[in-house]
Design a protein around this ligand. Sequence first.
Ligand code: A2P
Length: 257
Amino acid sequence: MAAFLEETVTMVHHWTDRLFSFRTTRDPHFRFENGQFAMIGLNVDGKPLLRAYSMASPNHDDGLEFFSIKVPNGPLTSRLQNIRLGDTILIGRKCTGTLLQDNLLPGRNLYLASTGTGFAPFASIIRDFTVYERYEKVVVLHGCRTVAELGYSEEVVNSLLGDEYMAEIVTGKLVYHPTVTREPFRYMGRVTSGLEDGSIPRQSGLPPLDPAQDRVMICGSEAMLKDMVALMESRGFEEGSSSRPGHYVIEKAFVEK
Ligand code: A2P
């Protein structure tokens, strides 16, 4: 068996000069849980060049979708940003990750807190109808520098709300709370500040964060994770794992240094 699956690019969309998303074909044997990541990449000079990427598509989708940053000198993303329809993407067969429903205790509301490409695993999770059976509200927080950087999360949410089958499931349950830090927008400031001062739950008509009721999945930059973990711990939330489900789980958004 080949070490990597070879999939074909079927769609590429550039949201900004820093962010793009793309879709590929999917081998029917490639299985994953919503929220997981795999190693993906390109053949460069005859060798596989791979990085960790969360699957942004849900596992019932026939194709695969990914959301990526473009790092000008990044070994992989400087090349990956130039992919075209028909190109080949290598995909490792092993999927892993901590952003799993079973790593959390049952709760009332699920917060999915992300910055930048950290939204990717949540694009998968919010397109999984089973998450709406577990929670009263599924609250997507996406913090970006600019309004244009919210383009992908806005499209994923809008297409869910407009989907014939999913609209009925998500309407009134899926709460989308985008925030922007570097230009004017209806919600401004960092995700961390809005949770810390309570403005995010308040503006979404939700009660203040409470470890007895709320569950939180976190995916963003290392600085964001550090601040979010400090906030969670200060509020009495405990980190969950597969051996011991808890109140919150974290995953680094996979950005090339
Ligand atoms: P800021 O503009 O204040 O840096 P990036 O694209 O650099 O990963 O940033 C995505 C978003 O994450 C930006 O809105 C950025 O805000 C925000 N951000 C950066 N650091 C943190 C942090 N420690 N906690 C929460 N949000 C952060």
